[in-house]
Design a binder for this molecule. Structure first.
Ligand SMILES: [Zn+2]
Length: 477
């Protein structure tokens, strides 16, 4: 718990003196209160405590793990409990959105009903505020209606309103995100703000409980259009951080194809594919739907792919789209002309993929070759010999391959490490037969870090002595 900065304290003081509660506050709280009733099940049937009618049969459903039913008389959807229940608590939380000075403020309220032997008693209180500045930086504050413990924050209905604000300093125990939204002031409050046309009111009415802060941060021209068209789940999908390929900029696609999207109830992946087709072709959309990941993650952004062309020109594209995406990526690494249709749309995805992978490996080898040669020239004066042994650095990739073969080790895979300067490889041999492998040596930071004879065996005492001398007198010097 942290006490409030003076500036924030003054802001809240001014806010309370100016704004007050909205006009229909009582009406809204009553509507929540009226829904905080139970349907009591007994052998006589289901008694609705909202309208006091008894019905024999009810349509039931599970919501948030609790049994609910819709009363056929008052049409309210309420929790169902058996007549053995004595005590029960029903809670709803809602937010009132306000703008004040340069801040956007969410006032958090709780409505709580205690059921006690057939009697209902309800209290409501304001317990917290989320204050956003122009850049949507959020400060959370709570008052004496909140008890803060190690395990979390709990609302207690001590006062209806309370101005003893404390700053919520904890990252983990944030105040509620998912809330009902007070609807009656929204048209006025949002006027002139970035959210004037966001359709927040419609969205909140559809879902009931929503993440208001998330909506304020993530809504866009696309979501505005989707909500207007009644595509609420799709709008929610587009606003989510995970698993959605559509970006805020894609609203033009949504706008252009709205009727089509609505008619076939397309999801965000369908629309993402539609973007690359730019044609209302449902079979092709469904065919390429599972390629979203390859298109968004594997194909470089600056390559314009046309799915229609791909479908027409590449014969075995189905099931091989990942290889095709890799093919494009490698083509770009090879500096191919990515506007050439013959490169963009090869006849056969797999053979085109294998061809460029091979080319790329050869190219990489050539690069390594150059760098290894350069490195050799830098360190060739570390070559050293006595009567018996000689040691010299690797000069070519082929030497590594040959050493690997003779010694039965994996030194050939060190080419890119040598090229990038991570280590040096030396060959130690008998002066009498310098072409025959004896010891493979790895050097890092002027020190021998590995010395291996054939089949990765350790060196002899004699060999060790030679390497030690070389290390001390040449490498470290
Ligand atoms: Zn009823």
């Amino acid at each position: 718990m942290t006490y409030l900065a003076k500036k924030l304290k003054q802001l809240m003081c001014d806010f309370d003196n100016t704004i007050g509660l909205p006009k229909k506050f009582d009406v809204f709280v009553k509507s929540i209160k009226d829904n905080q009733k139970l349907i009591i099940k007994s052998k006589d049937g289901y008694q609705c405590d909202a309208c006091h009618n008894i019905s024999k049969n009810l349509k039931t459903s599970i919501k948030s793990g609790l049994l609910h039913g819709r009363c056929p008389y008052c049409k309210k959807e309420l929790e169902i409990k058996t007549n053995r229940i004595r005590h029960y608590i029903l809670i709803d939380r809602f937010a009132i959105l306000e703008t004040f000075q340069n801040y956007t403020i969410l006032r958090l309220f709780e409505v709580k009903t205690w059921y006690d032997h057939g009697n209902y008693r309800t209290l409501e209180c304001e317990y917290g505020r989320k204050i956003f500045d122009n850049c949507m930086n959020c400060t959370e504050i709570y008052n004496d209606n909140v008890i803060s413990t190690i395990t979390g924050k709990f609302v207690q209905q001590n006062y209806f309103l309370n101005g003893n604000w404390k700053k919520n300093g904890s990252y983990y125990n944030t105040l509620d995100d998912i809330l009902l939204l007070y609807p009656h002031n929204l048209n006025v409050v949002l006027k002139g703000t970035p959210w004037q046309y966001s359709q927040l009111k419609k969205y909140a009415k559809h879902f009931g409980y929503i993440d208001i802060e998330h909506f304020l941060r993530r809504c866009s021209d696309s979501t505005e259009m989707l909500i207007k068209a009644g595509l609420f789940n799709l709008a929610k999908d587009v606003m989510s951080y995970h698993g959605c390929y559509l970006s805020d900029k894609d609203y033009k696609i949504v706008q252009k194809h709205l009727k089509f999207i609505k008619k076939y109830n397309l999801d965000s992946e369908d629309i993402y594919i539609l973007k690359f087709l730019n044609e209302e072709n449902l079979p092709l959309i469904k065919k390429y739907k599972n390629c979203c990941y390859d298109i968004s993650e594997r194909i470089p952004e600056n390559i314009c792919v046309d799915l229609k062309e791909i479908d027409k020109r590449i014969l075995n594209i189905e099931g091989n789209f990942t290889e095709y995406a890799d093919y494009l990526r490698i083509c770009q690494l090879l500096s191919y002309n990515m506007k050439d249709k013959n490169i963009l749309y090869p006849e056969d995805a797999i053979s085109a993929h294998d061809r460029v992978v091979n080319l790329y490996e050869v190219m990489k080898n050539k690069e390594n070759q150059k760098k290894i040669k350069k490195r050799y020239n830098q360190i060739k004066n570390t070559t050293f010999s006595d009567d018996q042994f000689i040691i010299f650095p690797v000069k070519k990739v082929e030497e590594l391959i040959d050493e690997s073969k003779q010694q039965n080790n994996c030194v050939k895979t060190y080419a890119s490490s040598i090229a990038s300067g991570k280590c040096d490889i030396y060959f130690m041999r008998y002066v009498a037969c310098p072409d025959k492998s004896l010891v493979t040596v790895e050097v890092k930071n002027h020190r021998v870090v590995q010395q291996r004879t054939k089949n990765n065996r350790d060196t002899t005492e004699e060999q060790k002595r030679f390497l030690k001398e070389w290390e001390t007198s040449i490498l470290k010097a």
